[in-house]
Structure formats: structure tokens, C-alpha cells
Ligand binder design. Structure first.
Ligand code: FCB
Length: 467
């Protein structure tokens, strides 16, 4: 299929507002490799990936996309996409190998080079401070269930900010605290692989506390930059029309969405969540004044969107994929498939859900600058006989979600930008290299990058600022 043969898309033209941010996203452990170079310390993901059985196929991030050495080429790919911005994360263990103390100058040097290269190609950096690679030494001291980790994170954020904020406007504290807390400490399918429901609840709290403390510390140094956080949001619907089903949806919505939105945007936990969680853990980890620290004024909210959850009350073992056992206090909930077309992750494709989460934030938490900081799809891409990678399903996926984003803007939602996950195929956590989300194909044997059809399509979208 050639680019001119993309005929299955709506022909209805769509324009985005002037100045709309277009980008692609990545995360340090998923792409960098070079895990023992230039003084980088081990992270929980190094340890976890090297644990037999933890990652599909025994894959690790040791080499990944070798971005540490090939960042120039990757920045060139971003420039070819017409990206205005690049969302990437800083590897805490590269910058502060043991999670505390002075910065590792070689680590700072890498991000200096990356940022300078981006700016030279007219792509602005959008930094995430924490995309799950906690220094192993901090995990050895207890990890996120320990309150001290929040303070270590704020120290790290302030130190790095002092060095990079001259060239970086947008600072995101956390990526998806739900995943970090519950996949890491409840279901154990992510690093550090612990299965401790009570600890997972305090991990969620301390991640948010770290977010608040970090913003305070960065603003104290220089308040001129923009600060935000990225959460993964899902619409959660009951499968049928029963009180038990509606209550199941309420519980999952509280755990996944409101647990994070309410403290960070309103300064208080939802009362129903605290009641549900009292079954699992007390609230002893929440100290007086914490929610005020957590509720720092934000300049933007990043929303990652992939799918919708439909749930019903159940009493058997949980049915959902890996996240299934990550629901403290919700072992009576089943996740229901609607039989919709799904991506290679098994995630049902539901563009309207993007509208639903954006409009929910706008309506219930008040208008604020929103960015889709991740959206994208894994498909089983293959190099064709012509050496090209035709990925019409990814093009259709993105086209349908972009149209929904444009409709949200027309309806008055302050959506200012969109980052596609991901720039290149990469280490997809527990799925290793088996799932390909990239706009650019990665031939892992040679490290050759091959832009997919979707990359060329996206370049047209960004240059037109529309569809
Ligand atoms: C998100 C993660 C990102 C990537 C996508 C597919 O939950 O933030 O790193 O793995 O899912």
C-alpha cells in the first residue's frame, strides 16, 4: 500500500488551532539501553527485567533502541515527522545513580546533548521526570510505599531542573502514577514486581506527594516554567443495568481515575475511595497537610488514553488481562470485553472514549490546558517485500482519535497538543519487544530505523495542522 492508497479514511477535512503541539513520545528505559554506561546506576526495571519469567521472551532494556548512542538519528526522525515537540523521560538512575546525592555529570551531559540536538532541529523538549525507572537503591530502602521516596524524588527534580530548565519549558513530574503504584506493587506485573495491596495504596499516595513536593521545589528555584503531570484515564462503564454493576464501575473509576485527579486537582481524596480502600489498608500513610502539598496549581494536565473499561460485579477470579490483579478492594469486579476490534495489546479501539475522558476533566475539574501525552496502537507490523511497512490499521486508529480530539476542541475543551505513542518501536515493559507501537519500525538485529506508512501520514497531518 502506498501513501496515496489510504482511502479508508474519512475525507472530511479537519483543522487544528494555530500553535497546536504535535509530537511523539518515548520513555527512558524503553529506548535508551546503555544501562551500565557512564555511571548510570541500576533501576528497578533493570532488576525486574533480569528476573527469570518477568518479561515475555526474557527481553531486557539492556540495549533497547540504543537511543543513548543513536539519539541524533532519532531526533532526525522527529524532525521528519514535523513534530513541534518531543516527549521523553529522564532516567533518574542515570542522573542520580543511587537516587540521592550529587548529579552524575555524565548523565546530565547526555540530556544536554539530546536537548541541544532537539533545539537545533526546531523540536522542543517536553520532559517527564519519572517514567517508572526508580533507582534500585531507593527500592532497597522500601520504594514508593516509603514516604522518604517522595522527598528523594523532589530533591532529584530540583537538582535536574536547575540544570535543564534554561532550555526546557514543559516539566511533567510523573507518568501514570496508577501503573507505577498498582502494576508495580499490587499485581507485580511491572517492576519492582511486588504483590502487596496495602503497600500499593501507600505507593500511590507517595507518588502524588512526590509530585507535589517536586513542583514546590522546582517553582521555588524558578517559577517561570510550565508544570504538570500525566495520568492515564479510562471511561469506566457498567456492563448492564444493575446496582451491583454500577457500584463496580464506581469502584474502578475511583481507583483508576478519581484517586489521582481528586487529590491533584481538588486537594482531597474521594470519600468513597477511602471507604473502599479501608478494607485493604488504613489511611495512616496520609498525613495532615499532604493533600495540600499534592494539589499544587498545575499549568497543564497530560492525559494518556488507550481504551475504555466496561465492568460488572462478579465473584469468581478476575478476568481482565494483566492489570486484573491490580485492584485492591475490587476483587469482586470483572472486566468485560465488548467484542470490538482491538489492537495487538487486546485493547478495544474506542475513539469516543478519548472524548469522554477529556470532557470529563473539563466538566468536573474545570477548564485547564490539556494535552494528550500518549495515544497510539500496537499492531503486528512486518517489513513488506518492497522494504516498506504498511500499517493502515495504525493510520486509521490515529485518524479516528485525532478527529475526536478536534471535536473536543470545537466543543470548547482546551486541548492544546497531541503526542503519539511512540516514536519508535521499543521495550513494551512486561511484553518485551513483542509489541510494536512505533511510528518508526525498529529492526532490533541491526538497529535500523524504518519509518512506517503511519510516520509519513503523520508528517502530512503535522504540516497541514489538520486532516
Ligand atoms: C503506557 C506507558 C507507556 C507505554 C504505553 C503503551 O501505559 O506510559 O510507557 O508502554 O502504555
Amino acid at each position: 500500500m502506498t501513501d496515496t492508497e489510504i482511502t479508508h479514511l474519512s475525507a472530511e477535512p479537519v483543522a487544528f488551532p494555530a500553535g497546536f503541539v504535535w509530537g511523539a513520545a518515548s520513555a527512558s528505559y524503553q529506548i535508551e539501553g546503555a544501562t551500565t554506561e557512564d555511571g548510570r546506576g541500576p533501576s528497578v526495571w533493570d532488576t525486574f527485567a533480569h528476573t527469570p519469567g518477568a518479561i515475555l521472551g526474557g527481553d531486557t532494556g539492556d540495549v533497547a533502541c540504543d537511543h543513548y548512542h543513536r539519539y541524533r538519528e532519532d531526533v532526525g526522525l522527529l524532525a521528519d515527522l514535523g513534530a513541534t515537540h518531543y516527549r521523553f523521560s529522564l532516567a533518574w538512575p542515570r542522573l542520580q545513580p543511587g537516587g540521592r546525592g550529587p548529579l552524575n555529570e555524565a548523565g546530565v551531559g547526555f540530556y544536554d546533548r539530546l536537548i541541544d540536538e532537539l533545539l537545533a532541529r526546531d523540536v522542543r523538549p517536553w520532559v517527564t521526570l519519572y517514567h517508572w525507572d526508580l533507582p534500585q537503591e531507593l527500592e532497597d530502602a522500601g520504594g514508593w510505599p516509603e514516604r522518604d521516596t517522595a522527598h528523594r524524588f523532589a530533591d532529584y527534580a530540583a537538582a535536574v531542573y536547575a540544570r535543564l530548565a534554561d532550555r526546557v519549558e514543559n516539566w511533567t513530574t510523573l507518568n501514570e502514577p496508577w501503573c507505577a503504584a498498582y502494576l508495580g506493587y499490587a499485581s507485580g506485573v511491572h517492576a519492582p514486581g511486588r504483590r502487596e495491596p496495602a503497600a500499593s495504596v501507600s505507593a500511590a499516595h507517595h507518588l502524588m506527594l512526590g509530585h507535589g513536593l517536586a513542583i514546590q521545589a522546582m517553582r521555588a528555584h524558578d517559577a517561570s516554567r510550565s508544570f504538570g503531570v500525566t495520568v492515564n484515564l479510562y471511561p469506566v462503564d457498567p456492563a448492564g443495568d444493575s446496582d451491583a454493576g454500577r457500584d463496580a464501575a464506581r469502584r474502578i473509576d475511583a481507583l483508576m481515575n478519581r484517586q489521582f485527579l481528586d487529590p491533584m486537582l481538588r486537594g482531597a481524596y474521594p470519600a468513597d475511595l477511602l471507604r473502599d480502600l479501608a478494607e485493604v489498608t488504613g489511611s495512616g500513610h496520609i498525613l495532615e497537610g499532604d493533600t495540600q502539598v499534592i494539589a499544587q496549581p498545575l499549568d497543564f494536565l497530560g492525559v494518556n488514553y488507550y481504551s475504555r473499561h466496561v465492568v460488572r460485579a462478579g465473584d469468581g477470579p478476575r478476568q481482565a488481562p494483566d492489570a486484573a490483579s491490580a485492584w485492591p478492594a475490587s476483587n469482586d469486579v470483572e472486566f468485560v470485553s465488548r467484542g470490538l476490534p482491538a489492537t495487538e495489546m487486546g485493547w478495544e479501539i474506542d475513539p469516543q472514549g478519548l472524548y469522554d475522558v477529556l470532557s470529563r476533566v473539563h466538566r468536573e475539574y474545570g477548564p485547564m490546558p490539556l494535552y494528550v501525552t500518549e495515544n497510539g496502537a500496537a499492531f503486528a507490523d512486518e517489513i513488506g517485500p518492497d522494504g516498506e511497512i504498511a500499517d493502515p490499521a495504525r493510520v486509521a486508529y490515529l485518524d479516528s482519535h485525532f478527529r475526536v480530539a478536534a471535536r473536543a476542541i470545537q466543543d470548547g475543551i482546551d486541548l492544546r497538543g497531541y503526542f503519539v505513542w511512540a516514536l519508535t518501536d521499543n521495550f513494551e515493559w512486561a511484553w518485551g519487544y513483542s509489541r510494536r507501537f512505533g511510528l518508526v519500525y525498529l529492526d532490533y538485529a541491526t538497529q535500523r530505523r524504518i519509518p512506517k506508512q503511519s510516520a509519513r501520514w503523520l508528517a502530512q497531518v503535522t504540516r497541514r495542522n489538520g486532516l
